[in-house]
Design a protein around this ligand. Structure first.
Ligand code: DGT
Ligand code: CA
Ligand code: CA
Length: 580
């Protein structure tokens, strides 16, 4: 079957899925489904047909033929892009889970409040799904198998799924009697945006005992290619794991080796060779006589090579080795530097938690401030109105208590194709903070898209460009714009760029955030939380910023409130004072 037929069928199937989730008209959903099947099986290459030819395919009417024509011409389908943007973030994340249909995705979202694939896999592990209407132990098994199969087919794991699984496994490994150290390594320790497999490392003088204990951990479903020091396993959540057990004297060199990246390791080995040394997972040895120079800790391995210890998030051979030699590594931003979240949602639009619950969660995190930024009216599915927005503002002001986090009333605006925004300028000036985002028309050309973003950046009330590329990892590519022009304007106007911490966004990504910082742009590391527990996703945004070499001073939500407020005034009229 030609490639274009596959692409068309996939797009139409996704339309049906998203319509089903959004509670769309069942007849339309069925029409998309039927057309997807008919077009997938069509003997001719659809790319050679015009719209009349498409309409001749059984089950394809004028409406669908037009959509397919658009897709074949431009590679995109605007209505599909819009629908993708309108499904709540937490629910969207569930659509990636293989073996979970749209109806069941909606069911676990609504009934169990599950808002990420990581939470779903945890619920699967705890057998909480079998209590739902229509579920049982067999459907749990089927779901687990479907997930494992997809991963074997080469799909990469979301960062949060990998990290939450790895933390639990490391905890289990660490409690085994034979282990002296346990850690995760690989791309996960470097906090790459997606993870191929989880690499675990344990130090022990009794590897056989560790292997036996590992196989018995509640999270481990199956150990395949076993051995005395190596295991390949997969978990009850269907996640693939590589385990190595090393002697304690090799802990540091093994951790260094298995953390990678390969490029970083190659660079280090070159340095070792120049000094007459050999670096491997077993240790750093003198070539002349084979004596071991270092190996027990990573720090001594790096020091013996004349380098400062390099934070794992920097180990991509992007200048960190040179900086380590010059003792000029940056002091990277950390979760403990973050004083508040500047992009969050409540039940007023598509959040799962009330305003009160979100404020309480921010207080419990020890935040000094919290911005509530529910969606604005032009994202129609959100049903936002000016009246609702003003009522929320009054509620925000009333909730402000002495000693609690300062509450900022904001909104997540929609940047229209021409760069205009929701509401008039006077209304916009009444907000404490505004995050402007692209939620539609993702396929505009580069010049037009750049102009669109520039207009939003130049607006005196816009403080942050949220998820600037609007990509969805594995699902929607980034929008195309001239990053140098956009970042230069952001730096000049005092507009921050967001590092959105949602695991399927991570937007800006590491490379763009690094470029933004080079332009002098400041960043807002924000969670885009749609539930109280999403506030904890901040660590994924912080890790992404670390991979971009970001220092705390360049992140506006590490700043004390007065400095943040001065920034939010954007060099113009001071915004209404906020108590707190
Ligand atoms: P992934 O799993 O695809 O997300 O990426 P990694 O980086 O975790 O790669 P993985 O799991 O294949 O290997 C883990 C680490 O082991 C890798 O970051 C560096 C080290 N490593 C693996 N193969 C090689 C190799 O051929 N040469 C060197 N120098 N290091 C390697
Ligand atoms: Ca790996
Ligand atoms: Ca591996």
């Amino acid at each position: 079957m030609p490639r274009s037929n596959d692409d068309v069928a996939a797009a139409l199937e996704e339309m049906a899925t998203l319509l089903a989730i959004a509670g769309g008209d069942p007849f339309r959903i069925r029409a998309y489904d039927k057309a997807a099947r008919a077009l997938a099986e069509h003997p001719q290459d659809l790319a050679t047909l015009d719209e009349r030819g498409l309409r001749a395919v059984p089950g394809v009417g004028a409406h669908i033929a037009a959509k397919v024509g658009e897709l074949l011409r431009s590679g995109r389908m605007a209505e599909l892009d819009d629908l993708r943007a309108q499904v709540p973030a937490g629910l969207r994340a569930l659509l990636d889970v293989p073996g979970l249909g749209p109806k069941r995705a909606r069911q676990v979202y609504d009934e169990l409040g599950i808002t990420s694939s990581a939470e779903l896999l945890q619920a699967l592990h705890e057998h909480r799904l079998r209590g739902l209407r229509g579920w049982g132990p067999t459907s749990e098994d089927n779901l687990r198998r479907a997930i494992a199969q997809t991963q074997q087919a080469g799909r990469r794991l979301a960062l949060d799924v990998a990290l939450e699984t790895a933390e639990e496994l490391v905890d289990g490994l660490g409690r085994l009697p034979g282990t002296t150290r346990a850690a995760y390594a690989g791309s996960l320790r470097r906090m790459r945006e997606t993870i191929g497999d989880i690499d675990l490392l344990a130090a022990s003088d009794d590897p056989a005992a560790v292997m036996t204990g590992f196989a018995r951990l509640p999270l481990v479903a199956e150990v395949r290619a076993g051995g005395t020091t190596k295991a390949l396993a997969f978990t009850t959540k269907g996640v693939h794991v590589d385990l190595r057990v090393v002697p304690p004297a090799s802990w540091g060199s093994a951790l260094q080796y298995f953390t990678g990246s390969k490029a970083h390791n190659v660079h280090l080995r070159r340095i070792a060779q120049r000094q007459g040394l050999k670096l491997s997972e077993y240790g750093l040895e003198r070539l002349a006589d084979g004596t071991t120079v270092a190996g027990a800790s990573e720090e001594e391995v790096y020091e013996s090579l004349g380098l400062a210890w390099v934070p794992p998030t920097l180990r991509e051979d992007r200048g960190e080795v040179e900086a380590a030699r010059a003792r000029a590594l940056p002091r990277l931003v950390e979760v403990s530097d973050i004083r508040g979240d500047l992009h969050t949602h409540t039940t007023l639009t598509d959040g799962l938690a009330t305003l009160e619950e979100m404020v309480e969660a921010a207080r419990r995190r020890g935040y000094r401030y919290l911005a509530v930024t529910d969606h604005a009216p032009m994202l129609r599915m959100m049903r936002m109105t000016t009246e609702k927005m003003l009522a929320q503002r009054a509620q925000v002001r009333a909730l402000q208590v002495r000693g609690g986090p300062a509450l900022l009333h904001g909104s997540e605006l929609n940047i229209q194709p021409d760069g205009s925004l929701d509401w008039d300028d006077e209304t916009l000036a009444g907000f404490d903070v505004l995050v402007a985002c692209v939620h539609s028309h993702f396929t505009m050309g580069r010049a037009e898209m750049t102009a669109r973003l520039l207009r939003a950046i130049e607006h005196p009330a816009v403080n942050v460009i949220g998820h600037p590329t609007s990509r969805s990892i594995g699902r929607r590519p980034p929008i195309d714009f001239d990053a140098d022009a956009v970042f230069a304007a952001a730096a000049r106007t005092g507009t921050a760029m967001e590092v959105n911490s949602f695991p399927d966004r991570l937007d800006l990504n590491d490379e763009l955030a690094r470029l933004a910082q080079a332009h002098g742009v400041v960043l807002s590391i924000a969670t885009d939380a749609h539930a109280t527990r999403h506030l904890a996703n901040i660590r994924y945004g912080v890790a992404t910023a670390q991979r971009a070499w970001v220092t705390p001073d360049r992140v506006i939500n590490t700043w004390p409130l007065p400095r943040l407020r001065a920034f939010l005034a954007k060099g113009g009229r001071a915004r209404p004072a906020v108590a707190g």
